[in-house]
Write a protein that binds this ligand. Structure first.
Ligand code: ZN
Length: 383
């Protein structure tokens, strides 16, 4: 499958040059409207149809479609088009290439892969190959915060398989971790700082909880590791207690992040925290605390023999001449949402470094190779 290299590199440079910082992470940032207009225009010029989806004003995704002849499996190539903020970056929007690396915010996470998705669709259109199933290019908004784009898309679009193209250096990622945000609020009793007989110190009580939580934290990491993503973990991310120096603290609040592995549920992870609270309350009548899980993202895992995995494996072997490694990764991705919606999903993307860091770059050759891999995988999967 012949990839249009000039189109791929010009598209990648333009994508990086358009500021698409997520405005929920950086208030006042432009969001995805401008980059979505560019993507939709570029896909249409390549001969695809392109639909703009905007579940929230300014939070724009694009769904490009190369219609199949009918009767085949449909495949979504998924890439997010938002980025994190750019403070500290010397050249956030340059798109300059030096020694095979293209620099700028989002080049690696993940406009390189987005350019490859677009170039793969163009290659299939240019080749005149007749796919039976539809090929979809989903350039989604807001992956870096709340995944508005993919969440909205899976309610509106029926698709059989998906390749989420978060960067994997052209290896094949079959699993990632999930996470929960859990709030524990310990309540004490406010009193004048001199009146120890009346006060119950919520911060001291939280100390008891934290000691137990740290035992749980060690226990989690000692559990049998998931073969691809390792053991579960947690950290005491944010702590806030007390209202003044001469007042017994009436309340202390802790926000915990718990990272889950495939096979664990949010209910189990919450129950482990609740068990600590219950054990402390059983021996101390002055220990009062509530546990509230306020955000859950499930882990992701796909079997190695899933059709979409096999299609990507075969495409990589054909393009690169070597079988890919099957890997896992720790950060959460949109893959979990697609898989949970009944879409068989795998993760495979470009190579590079510097996601969310001051210097970010993508390996240009890996972008061109990824485009060819995605086109071959679509031929295989969509029939
Ligand atoms: Zn990403």
């Amino acid at each position: 499958m012949k990839i249009d290299r000039d189109y791929t590199l010009a598209t990648l440079a333009r994508l990086v040059q358009i500021n698409s910082i997520n405005p929920t992470l950086a208030p006042g940032a432009p969001g995805e409207a401008e980059i979505a207009a560019f993507i939709a225009g570029s896909l249409r010029a390549c001969g695809l149809t392109a639909e703009i989806l905007e579940p929230v004003p300014g939070r724009t995704s694009v769904l490009g479609r190369l219609a199949g002849t009918g009767g085949g499996r449909s495949l979504m190539l998924n890439a997010h088009c938002d980025t994190v903020d750019v403070p500290g970056m010397a050249e956030p929007f340059s798109g300059a290439i030096r020694e095979g690396k293209l620099y700028g915010r989002g080049s690696y996470d993940m406009k390189g892969s987005l350019a490859a998705c677009m170039a793969a669709a163009k290659a299939l259109k240019d080749s005149g190959a007749a796919l039976r199933g539809d090929l979809l290019v989903a350039a989604v908004a807001d992956e870096e915060y709340g995944s508005l784009g993919t969440s909205d898309m899976i309610t509106n679009v029926r698709v059989d398989g998906a390749i989420v193209t978060e960067p994997t250096a052209l290896e094949v990622c079959l699993a990632h971790k999930g996470y929960l945000w859990i709030e524990v609020e310990v309540t004490g009793r406010a009193a004048h700082g001199s009146k120890f007989q009346f006060g119950i110190d919520a911060n001291m009580k939280m100390g008891q909880f934290l000691a137990r939580l740290s035992e749980l934290e060690r226990d989690l990491r000692a559990r049998p590791a998931h073969p691809l993503v390792g053991p579960p973990s947690l950290h005491a991310a944010m702590l806030n207690g007390g209202s003044g120096l001469s007042t017994y603290a009436a309340s202390c609040t802790l926000q915990i992040e718990r990272r889950t592995v495939p096979g664990e549920t949010g209910e189990q992870a919450t129950a482990e925290i609740q068990a600590i609270v219950d054990a402390l309350a059983a021996v101390d009548p002055d220990f009062h605390a509530t546990v509230r899980t306020f955000f859950v993202r499930d882990p992701f895992e796909v079997p190695a023999d899933a059709r979409v995995v096999q299609a990507v494996d075969r495409a990589i072997a054909k393009v690169r001449g070597v079988a890919p490694a099957h890997i896992g990764d720790t950060p959460w991705m949109d893959a979990a949402l697609l898989q949970a919606a009944g879409v068989e999903t795998v993760v495979c993307g470009a190579g590079g470094a510097g996601a969310h860091a001051d210097v970010e770059w993508v390996d240009v050759e890996s972008v061109v190779q990824l485009a060819e891999i995605l086109a071959e995988a679509a031929l295989d999967y969509c029939g």
